[in-house]
Ligand binder design. Structure first.
Ligand SMILES: Nc1ncnc2c1ncn2[C@@H]1O[C@H](COP(=O)(O)OP(=O)(O)OP(=O)(O)O)[C@@H](O)[C@H]1O
Length: 582
């Protein structure tokens, strides 16, 4: 495969939702590189996490959702390039930062002693609680019991209440027994901690030695941190102060002030601990606790110039999202009426978006809007400009939504089931339109669908999602002709295009696992007709099939028994050719 530029790099992404005091894990450790100019389909059953995955990088997660882990790096040089004005206010900020950083840098001189003080404190804490070894042992035992409980609970959920009453009763009794064991273990640990606390409080010799050692360290720390800092540290702080200002300079005064303060506090903590602030990586991490770090590049008398790495998982400010959502990453949803305002004319809706994002006059925007309407295939655009959405057909409305999405020339166009609500012939036209316009506008298509049939028409690559994880990633050809995961087999087998006359269409039995519970083993195991013993015990890794093809199934482990894919998808190539008449 030719080398392509990575546009969006997702690593170990986890997205969770708070739901009435419980936590639902919708995305569980997804890593995926999305390339410039490609078309990637995200497929899976309802609830697999397709929409949540794309909403995480389009800044559209519901308010109870949050990214709990991972990064989403968006490589866009235009957005990364940062310029802030150097006026008298800017200099006031920078000079004040520099002064504080120089002051805090003294703490770096005593960081080794500071860490020793922390160690001593933690020694005292450990003595008052369990030892590290005891704690590990207790956690291990508790974890094993909880895993066993989850397994038993999951197994109970799969039992048939009509036919397997005895098994259900036995599982319920086992769960009750495990609950009691968990409680007893927790109580015993609590008791042990209480005893340790008492013992330390009454150990006069230890208390005395602790005080003496701490006093000595404190004295040493005071001496070390009263010395002068070096010229090279001062020079580094000058750049750091500018980086702090570059990183917060885009915000309004009040926020700029607050974020700047936050960054200085983070840097102080890092200095205290002796973090190497000359290292790019460490610096990124320290800044990342508050906002993106903008790396200093150069300056002149009027402006500071820097560049930053954009991690969409960390964007919180709505103004920052305003620079990305709609402008760089646009979405087309299933129902065009959710994107269009029913009481505003089509022309006005397109022009207002163009004016907002491109900052042009109304006359100019009108010209561009008409051009876009023609591009997406609205006949007689001038005459239809002042019509309302209800005067357009469903397919035409979707074309308008596409025109709006493309009017800002986004880098990524997310298509969330954009043709599901349309009839088959219109579906094909809209897919063709999205593909054709890609050649002209060079956007990346991220196409969400539960229908693998659509995938064959639009995608270069496919990521199959199950219970919040990518379980197979491949090129379209590999996925259709050499699928490796039993879930992909099941999805392909249930393609309506494969149904033969007088035969029943295949459907996947059972339901996906609850995303509220920890999933043990392979999440597809309870529904998998090819389930191995290991599937119920351990989560499979991603196995590499080819450079472009990966699947998360124990069937690919070299020692696994050889299993053939189901009969119905053996000659899927021929059947699809016939179904699509190609
Ligand atoms: N705001 C929310 N609060 C709680 N749970 C949510 C929220 N949004 C999504 N979820 C849950 O996250 C999981 C993934 O949902 P998502 O909408 O991404 O599924 P999907 O694959 O796009 O399915 P569909 O085709 O039905 O849209 C589901 O279990 C869903 O219930």
């Amino acid at each position: 495969m030719e080398k392509k530029n990575v546009l969006l790099s997702v690593k170990d992404l986890e997205v969770k939702f708070r739901v009435r005091g419980r936590i639902l894990s919708a995305i569980r450790g997804v890593s995926l590189d999305i390339y410039e100019d490609e078309s990637i389909a995200i497929v899976g059953e309802s609830g697999a996490g397709k929409s949540v995955f794309t909403k995480a990088f389009a800044g559209m997660l519901d308010s109870n959702g949050f990214v709990s882990n991972g990064s989403i790096i968006f490589n866009d040089p235009e957005l990364s390039d940062t310029v802030v004005k150097l006026n008298s206010t800017a200099w006031k900020f920078i000079n004040s930062y520099k002064k504080q950083l120089d002051e805090n840098s003294r703490l770096e001189l005593g960081s080794a002693t500071y860490r020793k003080m922390l160690e001593l404190e933690s020694e005292m804490r450990e003595k008052s609680t369990l030892s590290a070894a005891d704690k590990e042992k207790e956690e291990k035992e508790l974890h094993a019991l909880k895993v066993k409980r989850t397994e038993t609970f999951n197994k109970k959920q799969t039992l048939d209440p009509a036919k397997e009453k005895a098994e259900i009763k036995a599982a319920a009794a086992e769960i009750k027994k495990l609950d009691a064991e968990i409680k007893a273990l927790e109580k015993a640990t609590e008791q042990k901690i209480k005893e340790h606390k008492n013992a330390v409080a009454h150990d006069a010799a230890y208390q005395k030695s602790y005080q003496e050692r701490m006093e000595k360290l404190k004295k040493q720390y005071a001496e070390e941190t009263s010395k002068d800092i070096s010229d090279s540290t001062k020079k580094r702080n000058e750049t750091l102060a500018k980086e702090v200002y570059l990183s917060v300079g885009r915000y309004k005064f009040k926020k700029r002030f607050k974020m700047g303060k936050g960054l200085i506090a983070e840097l102080k903590k890092a200095m205290q601990l002796g973090v190497d602030l000359n290292s790019e990586e460490e610096r990124n991490q320290v800044f990342g606790n508050v906002t993106f770090r903008v790396r200093y590049l150069d300056e002149n008398s009027e402006r500071l110039h820097g560049t930053c790495i954009i991690n969409l998982a960390q964007v919180k400010d709505q103004n920052d999202w305003g620079q990305i959502r709609g402008k760089k990453i646009a979405t087309v949803f299933q129902d065009p009426m959710t994107s269009l305002n029913p009481i505003i004319t089509i022309g006005k809706q397109i022009t207002s978006i163009i004016m907002k994002h491109q900052g042009c006059s109304e006359v100019e925007a009108r010209g561009k809007a008409l051009e876009m309407m023609e591009k997406v295939g609205i006949p007689n655009a001038e005459a239809r400009f002042d019509d309302y959405p209800f005067q357009y057909s469903g397919g035409m409305r979707q074309r308008i939504v596409i025109a709006i999405a493309l009017s800002c020339q986004p880098k990524i166009l997310i298509c969330d089931e954009p043709t599901t609500a349309l009839d088959v012939t219109i579906q094909a036209q809209i897919l063709k339109l999205i593909k054709d316009l890609q050649k002209e506008y060079h956007y990346t298509i991220v196409f969400i669908t539960h229908d693998l049939g659509v995938v064959a028409n639009i995608a270069d690559r496919v990521a199959v999602l199950y219970a919040g994880q990518i379980i197979e990633l491949a090129t379209v050809e590999e996925l259709f002709y050499d699928p490796r995961h039993p879930y992909t087999w099941a999805l392909l087998s249930s393609l309506p295009q494969l149904a033969e006359r007088n035969t029943k269409l295949y459907s996947i039995t059972g339901t996906p696992p609850s995303l509220y519970n920890k999933i043990v083993g392979d999440s597809f195991a309870p529904r998998n007709p090819y389930c191995l013993k290991i599937d119920t015990l351990a989560e499979p890794p991603m196995f590499k099939v080819t450079e472009t093809h990966y699947a998360k199934t124990w069937l690919l482990e070299p020692n696994a028994p050889k299993v053939e894919k189901p009969e119905i998808i053996q000659d899927i190539h021929e059947k699809l050719l016939r179904a699509y008449n190609i």
